[in-house]
Design a protein around this ligand. Structure first.
Ligand code: SAM
Ligand code: SF4
Length: 320
């Protein structure tokens, strides 16, 4: 369906858990977070009901995220249920990749099409530092496994953080010389854990593009938040996602669902519509709640203009 600004909303992003097996410094508090009670979160079967209602409204693309989606029990069966919904023809996952060596093959068999894998450093000690304990070798194995089983094109998400991984930007870009992957640089957003320090450590994607002048523009899919470039003769692409320096609101085609049953028409706004109650007590209303949430999608985000409007959720609750 179309929203008030004639944007076709066909993409649902679902955060299926707040929990995570890492503690990235810009995302998750060091001590982690408390597990919510069963009745305060959507079960995987309930999420399937929401996707079914979405499919009736024209949702054809679903992304599963978190927290870390692969830590939720029943993930493979869940992907199978989503892939069996009529009208859903693209299912992807955003993951830190740690559990991909274990699950990639089963996820592919269950109907998953693609994965985006978050990796902010190619050096073990630095990776351990920013993720507060993560094992880089598992992620690298996860990337290989995803390519091997055909969860392609594999996209790597790299958050550029000043003083942390700015010296590795060239190494990430060089991965696309021989590997058929997309490496996408994401600008650090002043959300949650990063809200106090994101501005000082912010590296704009324009800065990266200016430093690597050999990158040439290449085809970008419509409705992708990334703008793509290529190294001459490169096997993969280099993408830039600029939520801060140039927003892509005019092309936004998405609605978000949180694991505690809220619909978020905009990532950066604190406006949320409860769908938990409808799901638990009045399933006939799910489609109506979804439809009215889509109609409240704002024209653009107010990340730097209106403090009151700004989302007060952390990224691990929304899923990026
Ligand atoms: N755990 C999964 C992962 O790391 O890919 C999925 C959830 S994570 C919240 C989704 C994406 O959000 C990751 O690529 C992560 O790097 C990004 N992210 C988290 N906090 C961010 C921030 N403050 N600014 C920019 N990106 C952020
Ligand atoms: Fe976990 Fe992803 Fe947040 Fe890192 S970015 S703490 S992996 S949810």
């Amino acid at each position: 369906m179309k929203d008030l600004f004639s944007r076709k909303i066909n993409y649902m992003r679902i955060s299926i858990t707040d929990l995570c097996n890492l503690r990235c410094q810009y995302c998750m508090p060091e001590e982690g977070i408390c597990k919510k009670d069963h009745e305060d979160i959507l079960s995987l079967e309930e999420i399937v009901q929401i996707v079914k209602a979405g499919a009736k409204l024209g949702i054809d693309k679903v992304r599963i995220t978190g927290g870390e989606p692969l830590v939720r029990n029943g993930i493979v069966e869940f992907i199978k249920m989503i892939s069996n919904i009529e009208g859903i023809n693209d299912i992807a996952i955003t993951t830190n990749g740690i559990l991909l060596p274990k699950y990639a093959e089963d996820l592919k068999k269950a109907g998953l099409k693609r994965v985006n894998i978050s990796i902010d450093s190619l050096k073990s000690d630095k990776y351990k530092e920013i993720t507060r304990g993560g094992d880089l070798t598992k992620v690298l194995e996860g990337i290989e496994e995803a390519i091997r089983v055909g969860l392609t094109p594999v996209k790597l998400n790299v958050v550029a953080v000043g003083g942390y991984n700015d010296d590795e930007i060239g190494d990430f870009i060089n991965l696309t010389k021989d590997m058929p992957i997309d490496v996408r640089f994401i600008e650090l957003m002043p959300i949650g854990e990063a809200s106090n320090w994101a501005k000082e450590k912010f590296i704009s994607n324009d800065y990266i593009k200016n430093r690597f002048k050999e990158l040439v523009p290449t085809t970008t899919e419509k409705s992708s938040p990334a703008r793509y470039y290529k190294l001459p003769g490169g096997a993969g692409r280099v993408g830039f996602i600029n939520p801060i320096s140039s927003h892509f609101c005019e092309e936004c085609n998405r609605i978000r669902v949180t694991s505690d049953g809220k619909l978020k028409p905009c990532l950066h706004s604190n406006k949320e519509i409860d769908i938990l109650d409808a799901v638990k007590n009045n399933p006939d209303k799910i489609e109506e709640v979804l439809r009215s949430a889509i109609m409240t999608k704002p024209e653009k985000h107010y990340l730097y203009t209106n403090e009151e409007e700004r989302s007060n959720r952390n990224m691990f609750q929304i899923g990026g």
